[in-house]
Write a protein that binds this ligand. Sequence first.
Ligand SMILES: N[C@@H](CCC(=O)N[C@@H](CSS)C(=O)NCC(=O)O)C(=O)O
Length: 300
Amino acid sequence: MLKPFPVHSETGLGFITMLRSVLRPGVILGGRRTPLNPHGRTICLSGREKAGTLAFSLRKFTQTRGSGVMIFRQLFDRDSCTYTYLLADPDTKEAVLVDPVIELAERDAKLVDQMGLNLIYVMNTHMHADHITGTGLLKKLVPSCQSVISKESGAMADVHVEHGEVVKFGEQELEVRQTPGHTNGCVTYVCHGEKFALTGDALLVRGCGRTDFQEGSAETLYESVHSQILSLPDDFALYPAHDYVGHTVTSVAEEKEFNPRLTKSKEEFIDLMNNLGLAYPRKIDISLPANKVCGLYNLP
Ligand SMILES: N[C@@H](CCC(=O)N[C@@H](CSS)C(=O)NCC(=O)O)C(=O)O
């Protein structure tokens, strides 16, 4: 059955988006289609284990053609303390950007261009409240790319992903895991081949996303993080969407041992989260309406 597909497509790729909707379940973005297993979780990455073992030490530096090791850049926005990730396949040069910030969209587009990459997806882990996503502006700067966000986010995008689906760029794959709690539509993108996950605001280094607005729920967040993130193997690296004190990365083992919030019982966690007393993000009133439309709101 045909699903209605997003009208938001300056790229002229609406028809492809519609075809992708029709091909679900088991859709793989980025060119090839592979059925998901019945659980929609486990992904077979035959022949890539070696690259996975090397990934942790080499991730930031290796981009040798034929190495198979994903190109990985962690970029930072000093104003909102947001991390944006540029991931790419070293062979095909297909690339994705995750959680870009509008003020730095030109930096990101320039980097993609300098590195000779072909940006195919601009993805968000959720609908951000503290900054406007760079997605809409990147679609203007790199017209061939498509925007991606979870269906549950309620935000507009070319492609809406759901739990268990796989985003593919070249030979690289990211599994979509629903991790609600900070917002309803939060997802974590898991790369089994290189043993890491982009956790968005669900899990921060020694912290987690707040749960006091945007349908936040401390109980849901606790369950999401434990079942979908801390259940990954101990040596998986975890990359957050924000850090406010200078951390860049952590691991499943570290957070299971040292996270001051998530090592508590569920009841203690809920009590703590309900009494954080944080001020609302400065830009919440402009960010939410803009991010509902992929940051295309009032674009210059
Ligand atoms: N001061 C910042 C907002 C800081 C903030 O609230 N961060 C969020 C993620 S962005 S909605 C959060 O979940 N923080 C968790 C925490 O424990 O700090 C601003 O004004 O933008």
